[in-house]
Design a protein around this ligand. Structure first.
Ligand SMILES: *Cc1c(COP(=O)(O)O)cnc(C)c1O
Length: 445
């Protein structure tokens, strides 16, 4: 390098690492990440993309924009309440607080008064039992699939699970319940047909090999027409007569009935109907963290808790803390979005539409996450040109709209009202960028 080469002026790595803001950044970012950012910026200067004097501000700007997690917060403007690709349920404020506390050392398995070991997750269990009175006991595991695996393993491995052919469902992204059950070493004893299953079908299938009877709520589709299914209360006498556990996988995670979703089963009613064990997810309609909830009679739950597999699928302290707080704290965002007042939604949509000069149209939201298929949640959306969608997704804040019928629909149901102003700014920015790309105001339409 010649003596007068400007690259000699590029700040050295040790100089950059010694800058106070860079040292502070090392409290929230690893040395590797900071080092790589510094080197990348120096390299840009070596290639002549920036001047040597711009290296320091560029490093500081890059550090300021970098966080340790690459997950981007998204405003959910799809109207789909439990959105699988957006991580299902957003947590309540109480659950978020609980997560932060649980991130440190906490008494998850300790009785502080006696100083001795206590039952893990006792508080989450108590909250579940309080929220679902017919349950005698509860166990929390990693997710709904793990709960089903634990139940079928503990109750039927090496034996048969009796299940209706109408309930052999694929839940999502190639996740097939029958395959999951068979992976435990339990055999499926399929009864009935796709559209119709009768009590006698179950009765004829029961034998010495039967481990349990399983009902699965086909959460993501609806069977209509010439159909019949056997409900838990009809199966109860049969299960009792043979001393067999009756298990119901509800999927959605409603603990008690929700008038908004009349055909969605809930744990309390199904237990009252005679199920020994109910399986549900924590992050669907319950609006909590990812978790698998097992609720039911003390014998059935104890059998599961005592199985060695229980340890492999147990919930972590973060999930236990967030689950308890979801049940005992203020309303979960899922609940708020599900019960949003349509008039209020219309007001908010009209305010947004007026601010950005776009029409408001009727738009049905959805429960999503495989729950309550076909149940519309009447509401409203601001209609934008389809081309606004990618700009919204990649803007700050990121906004996920619904693209439908060649339009970009912004539904406010799942956007917290406190975010309306940021949403407006994001929509405005997208429309401005669009007008610019189309060669002037109005060009976007
Ligand atoms: C969603 C669902 C599951 C799986 O639960 P995860 O929490 O996603 O593991 C199992 N059964 C039914 C009926 C479901 O709807």
């Amino acid at each position: 390098m010649a003596l007068d080469d400007p690259r000699r002026l590029i700040p050295r790595t040790d100089q950059l690492l010694a800058l106070p803001p860079v040292r502070r950044a090392l409290e929230r970012l690893s040395e590797d990440v900071v080092g790589a950012l510094v080197r990348e910026t120096q390299d840009r200067a070596r290639r002549g993309e920036i001047a040597p004097g711009e290296v320091e501000p560029a490093v500081l700007a890059a550090l300021g924009a970098r966080s340790a997690s690459s997950l981007t917060p998204v405003l959910n403007a799809t109207g789909v309440v439990v959105h699988t690709n957006l991580g299902r349920a957003p947590l309540s404020a109480a659950a978020l607080d609980a997560l932060v506390t649980a991130g440190g050392y906490v008494d998850v398995e300790l009785d502080l008064v006696s100083g001795t070991r206590s039952r893990r997750g006792a508080a989450a269990r108590a909250a579940l039992l309080a929220a679902c009175p017919p349950a005698e006991d509860a166990l929390v595991v990693n997710n709904g699939a793990a709960a089903l695996v634990l139940a079928t393993t503990a109750l039927a491995a090496g034996r048969e699970v009796v299940i209706s052919r109408g309930e052999l469902v694929e839940i999502g992204a190639g996740f097939r319940l029958p395959e999951l059950i068979e992976s435990t070493g339990a055999r499926l004893r399929e009864v009935g047909t796709t559209n119709r299953t009768h009590l006698r079908d179950y009765a004829e299938a029961i034998g010495p090999e039967t481990g349990c009877l399983l009902k699965v709520h086909p959460s993501n589709f609806r069977l209509e027409g010439f159909t019949s299914a056997v409900e838990v209360d009809e199966l109860r006498p049969l299960a009792r007569a043979h001393g067999l556990p009756l298990v119901a996988d509800l999927g959605s995670g409603l603990l008690v009935p929700d008038p908004q979703l009349p055909s969605e089963p809930d744990a309390a009613s199904v237990l009252e109907g005679g199920a020994d064990l109910v399986i549900a997810s924590g992050d669907k309609l319950l609006g909590g963290p990812q978790a698998g909830l097992l609720l039911g009679g003390s014998n059935a739950v104890a059998r599961l808790a005592a199985h060695p597999l229980a340890r492999a699928v147990r919930a972590d302290k973060l999930a236990l803390a967030a689950l308890e707080a979801t049940l005992t704290g203020g309303p979960a965002p899922v609940t708020t979005a599900l019960h949003a007042d349509p008039d209020r939604l219309r007001d908010r949509a009209e305010r947004l539409g007026a601010a950005v000069g776009a029409p408001v149209v009727a738009h049905d939201g959805r429960v999503g996450g495989g729950g309550a298929p076909g149940v519309p949640l009447p509401g409203w959306a601001v209609r934008l040109p389809e081309a606004a969608a990618p700009l919204l997704r990649t803007g700050r804040p990121a906004v996920l709209p619904r693209v439908h019928d060649r339009a970009c629909l912004v539904d406010l149901r799942c956007v917290p009202e406190s975010e309306d102003e940021r949403l407006r700014a994001a929509v405005q920015a997208a429309l401005t960028a669009l007008a610019g790309a189309d060669g002037g105001p109005g060009g976007a339409r």
